[in-house]
Design a protein around this ligand. Structure first.
Ligand code: UDP
Length: 469
């Protein structure tokens, strides 16, 4: 039972090649999904296209924490070759990486461990062609909510023109089973698309061939997006398999969970965070993080900083290294009795900690789903892309948090941050929010438990691969 993933009697297990896009928010869900496949009897090779922006990743260390039938490999892209504009970068990335992916699939065949299926991040739709050329079946893996995908899908189909106009929202909501929307509830790329035209092209390009994939998965769960799921069932082949969170976290078994997550592009200050949290009372800490990519304007950082301190709770705040200089002068020292600022943390461990009472979040899809699945109420401070839509659902559909109000330029004040935190932590609305959070946590667990909707979809996929094998 060695590296080739031999099962009982030396028979080789079906071999999945998992192929994430090299961002933290894309690596995490596919890695957890891969672990799930391994636990159901497959072997997985997790192949990360490596760029200079993720050189911190310590593969050997990560590998030691993963099961032997989940091997991590990297495809290196020469940093000198990286180009500056988004379009240049994506084109170059596709050219270089698709060739290397093809070579990698060949090499596995030569080693006597041929790839049975490629599970690729939907943002790299060209991976389907690479797999097919090698005679390998493939699954597209989506990392945003069904609702957001449904909106992008309509744009792709030419049924929704960008920039979207107010009068189109009613029809959109009706067609997709969405709640009443304002323009600012849509993914920012469809109303502010002049700022990022190539990003919109790339996010919708995943729909160019997704119906040709043998399977299409999304990291969400059916009950979470019931309306969208039922409206879209006849229009697309997406099956929901989330939340891709290890069950040890969902069970609050933090001691075991500690060993479980893996593949962090930035070094988490794990011990510092857990020691600090251990010393705090249950439900007393505000956890603040804006994920791996969002950058804040300096004046907004300042409002956030003073808003958090005004609310007078203990706080654990992730400010990435490159954002630290935007904090008010001496902020870390001056607030040391109340707060801990770290440059990266093991987020699931933090969210699962009994001391955390609320999460001030940018509403990246992973952060949203992680908080919801672990029953942590949110203060939503969306920045762009799908975060605005996720924030809408957090506040008005799942009712597990409050979204901060912003002015016409998108700016929030320290008073608004303070009020939202107080309301979630101690206010009357907070009581209902906490109740709903506990409800969704249960439903998330049900979806991934044996026989749950997401587990069934994963099980069927595994069985189909085993049958073909
Ligand atoms: N994360 C983490 N430590 C941190 C902040 C974030 O491990 O200090 C993880 C988080 O758990 C999530 C991912 O990074 O899985 C961020 O993904 P998300 O979709 O929330 O946001 P993005 O970074 O893509 O904007």
């Amino acid at each position: 039972k060695g590296e080739r993933g031999e099962g009982e009697g030396g028979r080789r297990k079906p071999h999945v090649l998992a192929f994430p896009f090299p961002f933290q928010g894309h690596i995490n869900p596919l890695l957890q999904f891969s672990k799930r496949l391994v636990s159901k009897g497959l072997q997985v090779t997790f192949v990360i296209p490596f760029t200079d922006s993720n050189l911190d990743l310590d593969i050997d260390q990560a590998q030691r924490r993963l099961p032997p039938t989940l091997r991590v490999h990297t495809i290196t892209i020469n940093p000198d070759d990286e180009l500056k504009s988004a379009d240049d970068f994506f084109n170059h990335f596709e050219k270089v990486v698709s060739l290397k992916l093809k070579e990698f699939i060949h090499a596995q065949e030569a080693l006597g461990n041929p790839v049975s299926c490629v599970v690729y991040d939907s943002i790299m739709p060209w991976a389907l062609e690479v797999a097919r050329d090698q005679g390998v079946v493939a699954a597209s893996f989506f990392t945003q909510s069904n609702a957001v995908n449904a909106i992008y899908y309509r744009v792709h189909e030419g049924l929704l023109r960008v920039p979207v106009k107010q009068e189109e929202l009613a029809v959109l909501g009706l067609r997709l089973g969405l709640p009443p929307l304002e323009i600012s509830d849509l993914p920012s790329l469809v109303y502010d698309f002049h700022s990022y035209p190539s990003s919109l092209r790339h996010v919708i390009s995943r729909f160019s061939n997704f119906k040709k994939a043998d399977w299409v998965f999304d990291n969400t769960f059916d009950t979470l997006e019931e309306q969208v799921v039922s409206r879209m069932a006849s229009q697309w082949p997406i099956k929901n398999i989330g939340p891709t969170i290890p069950s040890t976290y969902l069970d609050n078994n933090i001691l075991k969970a500690d060993q479980d997550y893996g593949l962090s592009l930035l070094k988490p200050q794990a011990d510092t965070c857990s020691k600090w949290l251990d010393s705090k009372e249950t439900g007393s800490v505000v956890y603040v993080s804006f994920g791996s990519l969002a950058t804040m304007k300096e004046d907004q950082m300042e409002e956030l900083a003073w808003g958090i301190t005004m609310s007078n709770n203990h706080f654990l705040w992730v400010v990435r290294q490159e954002e630290l200089n935007k904090l008010p002068i001496n902020f870390i020292q001056d607030t040391a009795d109340k707060g801990l600022v770290v440059t990266w943390c093991p987020q699931l461990q933090v969210l699962a900690h009994r001391a955390v009472g609320c999460f001030v979040t940018h509403c990246g899809w992973n952060s949203t789903l992680e908080a919801l699945s672990l029953g942590v109420p949110m203060v939503a401070v969306p920045q762009w892309t799908d975060q605005t839509t996720n924030a809408k659902f957090v506040m008005d559909v799942w009712e597990v948090g409050i979204r901060v109000k912003v002015d016409t330029k998108g700016f929030f004040t320290r008073q608004e941050i303070d009020e939202c935190i107080r309301e979630v932590m101690d206010g009357e609305r907070g009581l209902g929010i906490k109740k709903n959070s506990a409800k969704w946590k249960k439903l998330a667990m049900q979806a991934v438990d044996e026989g749950g909707s997401s587990d069934n979809n994963i099980q069927q996929f595994v069985e189909q691969l085993v049958l073909r094998h």
